[in-house]
Design a protein. Structure first.
Lengths: 124, 124
DNA sequence: GCCCTGGATCGAAGAACGTCAATATAAGGC
DNA sequence: GCCTTATATTGACGTTCTTCGATCCAGGGC
């Protein structure tokens, strides 16, 4: 099923016809914009990158993330919350610590957007 | 050369190892965030979608874009400027009218980011 | 029970953003 | 030259974002 997406993405010279296939309606644009907005901050991008660096099924403790930035602990916690609200990551408390991991779904939808111009009307 | 990227993107179940390959440093994150921020607004997404709907080499006149939204003409002009500053589109004046088209480069970089975790240190 | 530690939440301050009306600029027609 | 049309720029206003210090909550050890 991902075959068609692959082909379109593969053509660097014609990368945009993906976008073109169908124009975004207002609802699709609003939903997509939320995700892009969540990614539109360097701190959040680095947080996501650090969490994703553990690979499939990997987790990172907040106690590893916070000291990696010269920002206060509440600020990091706030950015993690925004990433969670964008359904890009999720977390679980285990004992004293909280662990975060990446949710692949929404990122996959972004790729689908580029490839087909649609949001693959999944989970919302 | 896009072969490897294709493979990674194709695996929905393991969509994130792409991100994982290399962690973003501050500069990469800042540059990427600019693009995501430009995409993080529903109006700009729809503008980009409308322009991209003309396909490779296609153009759209501003006089077609502006009436598609219930926003003032200066506001649309402002959003187009932001998309231009993010190197997502470019424009040219021909007579009285101005025509916009999509620049494939940066969008391709976004795909590369998802696929390899790097920004393919290209133009900007 | 009390204390300590790791994280989240609250509330406020400043910066950035989206929008508009007004104005400026560019090009064409007279 | 002047007038009109299409687009960009300016300046202002309200909203949203980012950040912080202060505080709260959850869990573990005593």
């Amino acid at each position: 099923m991902s075959k068609q997406e692959l082909e379109v993405i593969g053509q660097d010279a014609t990368c945009c016809p993906g976008l073109s296939a169908a124009q975004l309606d207002e609802d699709q644009a609003a939903e997509l914009a939320k995700v892009f907005k969540a990614l539109g901050d360097p701190i959040r991008l680095r947080l996501l990158s650090m969490i994703a660096s553990r690979g499939e099924g990997g987790e990172v403790c907040v106690c590893e993330l916070t000291p990696a930035f010269s920002l206060s602990q509440p600020t990091i916690s706030h950015h993690l919350k925004l990433l969670r609200q964008a359904r890009l990551i999720d977390c679980e408390r285990r004992g004293t610590w909280v662990y975060y991991w990446v949710l692949p779904g929404v990122l996959a939808k972004l790729a689908a957007f580029r490839a087909t111009g649609r949001t693959a009307g999944a989970t919302a």
